[in-house]
Design a protein around this ligand. Structure first.
Ligand SMILES: Cc1cc2nc3c(=O)[nH]c(=O)nc-3n(C[C@H](O)[C@H](O)[C@H](O)COP(=O)(O)OP(=O)(O)OC[C@H]3O[C@@H](n4cnc5c(N)ncnc54)[C@H](O)[C@@H]3O)c2cc1C
Length: 384
């Protein structure tokens, strides 16, 4: 067991940190921090990320990706601004899902522009009436000749309003037991227009969380993904990878809050000495640091287990739930260290808190993650 980063891993982390400071932050600074970044600068950032191999880290080089170890991807991922991390994950995981479900012809036609960051993508599954339980989905697709006609509404779609293409989960029929069967179809916005609307949200506000409405949306039937019976397995594999990544984004937000809290505790004086010298402030700092360390360790471990080909359902669920919960509490403590200043916009801590709060929802809520872990412990599913 080795808990230190290799020289190569430290270098990966440092290179990403420098890229964010030198190339990404100046683009972001030119736009309001509480409004969705326009498509053009986002495209510029995507092309930078493509050059770093982050648009398809989970696909092998033979398949057009960079074949990165998940742990190395995690080290890069945690250096990105949290909203951008959520955005690029939505894009690259859509690539992995399309790749798994597409024919060679579909891969060739759809994926190269996504690899290059020229097209931005996302996966649209959640609906107003169906979130944690996909059995409630109602978006339908029917095929007439060589055209698929899609009707339905999707919500909370990462990248939705800026996406050039969405992989949309639809009901396409029923099985022998009368249950709905699901298929995904890739809808390219320029050839099959649909309506999008940005949903105003608590945090991650430079990102895009959107509603997408399909009304008799006509899509070439050639864009229906065959799924090959592997769609459900692919969803689980990608969710298991996403969860520790989201946890690492939370850890990075808490780390930024921690740095501010340590600095402030050193300069703010009350009762004749820096507040850092008061025991209860030291306890807060110790608690925050512990939350960051435990979150990182659990997330790194889950990613390493994926790299080793181990079953990771429980470890990934545990890592995300712990990280998003502990880091939210940690940021709240950092706000406490700052007293009144802590709750001002100026200190930037409330934004870290709002961003972190968002991360508890995607790729399974705390409750669903608890039930996944519980099922792994007991062998009994308690979802319904
Ligand atoms: C930042 C962000 C990005 C997202 N990106 C995407 C995306 O790209 N594509 C996409 O399709 N969706 C996306 N989502 C949507 C997300 O996947 C859903 O919000 C999530 O699955 C929860 O669904 P819901 O909001 O409908 O809540 P519901 O499923 O309605 O749940 C409501 C509450 O009930 C709880 N609950 C549900 N079932 C149980 C149970 N069995 N036992 C106990 N408690 C239960 C939940 O934990 C939650 O607290 C995103 C969401 C966010 C916040």
């Amino acid at each position: 067991m080795d808990f230190s980063l290799s020289e190569e891993q430290s270098m990966i982390q440092e290179t990403t940190r420098r890229m964010v400071e030198r190339d990404i932050n100046p683009i972001l600074a030119a736009h309001p921090s509480d409004r969705s970044l326009p498509r053009e600068p986002l495209g510029e950032i995507y092309r930078l990320l493509a050059a770093q191999g982050i648009t398809a880290p989970r696909l092998s080089e033979a398949d057009g990706g960079t074949g990165m170890k998940m742990l190395d991807y995690g080290l890069i991922y945690e250096q990105l601004p949290a909203w951008l991390a959520v955005s690029i994950m939505a894009h690259e995981v859509t690539i992995s899902r399309i790749h798994a479900e597409a024919t060679p012809e579909q891969r060739q036609r759809i994926l190269p522009k996504m690899f290059a960051g020229e097209w931005i993508g996302g996966t649209a599954t959640s609906e107003p009436g169906a979130g944690s339980d996909p059995r409630g989905l109602t978006t339908r697709m029917r095929v007439e000749g060589d055209t698929a006609i899609v009707n339905g509404a999707k919500v909370w779609i990462s990248n939705g309003s800026v996406a050039d293409c969405l992989a949309v989960t639809c009901i396409d029929g029923t099985d022998e037991k009368g249950r709905n069967t699901l298929k995904r179809i890739v809808i390219q916005r320029s050839e099959s227009p649909f309506t999008v609307r940005e949903i105003p949200v608590t945090g991650l506000r430079q990102g895009h969380l959107s509603e997408a409405v399909f009304e008799d949306c006509r899509v070439p039937a050639a864009n229906i993904l065959s799924s090959g019976g592997d769609a459900a397995r692919m969803l689980t594999i990608t969710w298991n990878g996403n969860r520790p990544l989201v946890g690492l984004a939370a850890a990075r937000l808490a780390e930024r809050a921690f740095e501010k809290a340590v600095d402030y505790a050193g300069i703010r004086e009350q009762f004749g000495k820096p507040i850092a010298g008061h025991q209860l402030i030291q306890q807060k700092l110790a608690d925050i640091e512990t939350a960051i360390e435990t979150s990182r360790l659990l997330c790194y471990r889950a990613l390493d287990m994926i790299d080793r080909g181990e079953r990771v359902n429980a470890a990934a669920a545990m890592a995300k739930r712990h990280a998003t919960t502990a880091c939210l509490e940690a940021i709240s403590k950092a706000i406490g260290v700052h007293g009144g200043i802590g709750i001002t916009d100026e200190a930037g801590l409330e934004q870290l808190w709002r961003d972190c709060r968002m991360l508890a929802v995607p790729d399974a809520t705390d409750e669903i993650l608890t039930l996944i872990q519980g099922r792994e412990i007991t062998g009994i599913a308690a979802f319904r």
